[in-house]
Design a protein around this ligand. Structure first.
Ligand SMILES: [Ca+2]
Ligand SMILES: [Ca+2]
Ligand SMILES: [Zn+2]
Length: 311
């Protein structure tokens, strides 16, 4: 079905802002996602990046010029026919800098468990019909890879070396994720790019392994969010108030990402679209403690794409 899908999957992931390089918190320089060396030198010079990732002037995720669309009509709704839970094998790649970020096996198993809880509806919402099974762990001491940002030579080298399995295998790279909390690639990478498939997730977002993101992003839910992209889920705010929104019917449209967790739950940035903003959805940008759910519509979209690209 490749040709009808056009360019939508050429790049990937997730945009909070578009086209504007993020200014580094704590400094006046600008960092372009393609300029890895500048980032690394700034990181070494300032020492502030550890406290700034994903916050302040940093978007949580890079803008990789991702586009996303609906599948061809013939492929839409096929996922409704899934009749058993899909178990996704996971290769977990620990990349560290002389021990910094060298998370334990227990941390990894807990992270997999959190992903299983998130995708089974344990916290709320709809059982997504996916589960995750850890099949292997790699450990690599490599500072370049550990600090690498998206589209960098470090990312490419890391994935060339470590990527395992096929498109139905989830490769999870635990690094700093550069200045971000994480990024992921949508389904549909071409053969030459297939090695890039997978998640890159900030190791400090794992469940209470660090206090850097305490009370914000420290419950392991960044990976739940990134897995959503890997399944083809867009942000609930992607598309804004437009009719197609995130191509999921049962997530109310929203215009801007949520920050924190608005207490009364009545944030409504698309007042003409029924429903309050889905601030508890894992595909918004809320704090971890605000995340509880994915919807039936998101499960159906994920299974449609699974059948089309990963099964
Ligand atoms: Ca929607
Ligand atoms: Ca609304
Ligand atoms: Zn995202």
């Amino acid at each position: 079905m490749g040709t009808r899908l056009r360019a939508l999957f050429v790049l990937t992931a997730v945009a909070l802002t578009t086209g504007v390089p993020a200014a580094r918190a704590g400094g006046d320089s600008e960092w372009n996602v393609c300029d890895d060396e500048t980032f690394l030198s700034n990181l070494a010079a300032s020492g502030v990046a550890e406290t700034a990732r994903g916050e302040g002037n940093f978007p949580r995720e890079p803008d990789l010029n991702m586009t996303y669309e609906e599948l061809p009509a013939s492929a839409v709704g096929q996922g409704k026919q899934w009749d058993s839970v899909v178990v996704v094998p996971v290769w977990f790649h620990v990349v560290h800098d002389n021990g910094i970020g060298n998370v334990s096996d227990a941390d990894i198993n807990r992270q997999i468990r959190i992903m299983n809880l998130g995708y089974s509806g344990f916290y709320g919402g709809y059982d997504q019909g996916f589960r995750f099974e850890l099949v292997g762990i790699t450990r690599t001491n490599n500072a370049e890879w550990f600090y690498a940002g998206p589209t960098s030579s470090g990312e490419r080298a890391m994935k060339h070396a470590l990527h395992r399995g096929d498109m139905g295998t989830l490769n999870y790279y635990s690094t700093t994720a550069g200045p971000y909390l994480g990024w992921a690639y949508y389904p549909g990478l071409n053969d030459a790019q297939a090695y890039l498939d997978g998640l890159v997730v900030d190791w400090e977002s794992m469940y209470k392994v660090s206090d850097t993101y305490e009370d914000r992003y420290d419950l392991g839910f960044t990976a739940v969010h990134e897995v959503g992209h890997w399944f083809a889920l867009a942000h609930t705010f992607d598309g804004g108030c437009n009719a197609f929104g995130d191509y999921v019917d049962d997530t109310p449209a929203m215009k801007v990402p949520t920050s924190g967790c608005p207490a009364d739950g009545t944030k409504d940035t698309c007042p003409r679209d029924p429903g309050f903003d889905p601030i508890h959805n894992f595909m918004d940008y809320s704090y971890d403690q605000c995340y509880t759910e994915l919807t039936q519509g998101q499960a159906e979209r994920s299974h449609d794409y699974w059948l089309a690209f990963r099964a």
